[in-house]
Design a protein around this ligand. Structure first.
Ligand code: C5P
Length: 213
């Protein structure tokens, strides 16, 4: 069975991020790096974590096309497998990310997981249409907002990666049953005494949900 868990390494200490990545290297689909880890260490952490698996940079790119291109090129050069971009900036901005990615996998945010995300989530269908036209590889859709997730799944057969599990209240079984391909999990894993056990349990749950679809 495919590995289904993406671990979000939102820790401040680089050593902790690397230790977790090393210990989970064989059992996760990928690692997700967000601004906190980069700002507390350095951009080179992207390449260092890449030694233990695929790295998706969750930089939620949202700028003018030229700036987006510079960010994306640098992320690719540092060794990332994927990059997460916002889509609400419009076609030219998102296309600049896809073009600069040159084979790196681009995931488009079309809905968020936090309270108060209705402004973006209510436009998810329009953002999806635009993202598909721009040629993104996949989507970020919330595991803790099942109606939004189901709607997004019904509009695409591309890959969906979903944050919002555990600390944000989402249930892993329900998320995968309703269309999520990969679960993004941060605090429930890196704050656990036994991150490996936590990932294994999430993986088993995801496998059960796929069988039950
Ligand atoms: O600790 P937790 O499992 O809540 O971490 C979720 C990760 O996914 C964080 O890095 C967060 O920034 C990111 N994320 C999210 N919701 C989105 C998009 C990204 O929680 N809609």
């Amino acid at each position: 069975m495919d590995k289904r868990i993406i671990v979000a390494l939102d820790v401040k200490e680089k050593k902790k991020a690397i230790d977790i990545a090393e210990s989970l290297s064989d059992i996760v689909f990928a690692f997700k790096i967000n601004w906190p880890l980069v700002l507390y260490s350095s951009p080179e952490v992207i390449g260092e974590i890449s030694q233990y698996g695929k790295v998706i940079c969750d930089f939620k790119v949202a700028d003018i096309p030229y700036t987006n291109s510079l960010i994306t090129e640098r992320v690719r050069d540092l060794g990332a497998w994927g990059i997460i971009s916002h889509s609400f900036l419009g076609e030219e901005s998102l296309k600049s990310v896809v073009n600069a990615a040159k084979g790196m996998h681009v995931f488009s945010v079309v809905a968020m997981s936090h309270p108060g995300s209705d402004m973006i989530n209510s436009n998810a269908m329009q953002l999806m249409k635009l993202s598909i036209e721009c040629g993104v590889y996949g989507f970020v859709a919330p595991a803790n907002k099942i109606d939004d997730l189901r709607m997004i799944r019904s509009a695409t057969d591309r890959v969906i990666i979903s944050p919002g599990i555990g600390a944000q209240g989402g249930d892993p079984y329900t998320a995968v049953l309703n269309g999520s391909d990969y679960l993004i999990v941060g605090r429930s894993v890196y704050e656990s005494d036994k991150p490996e056990l936590e990932v294994s349990k999430l993986q088993q749950t995801a496998e059960r949900a796929i069988e039950d679809r």
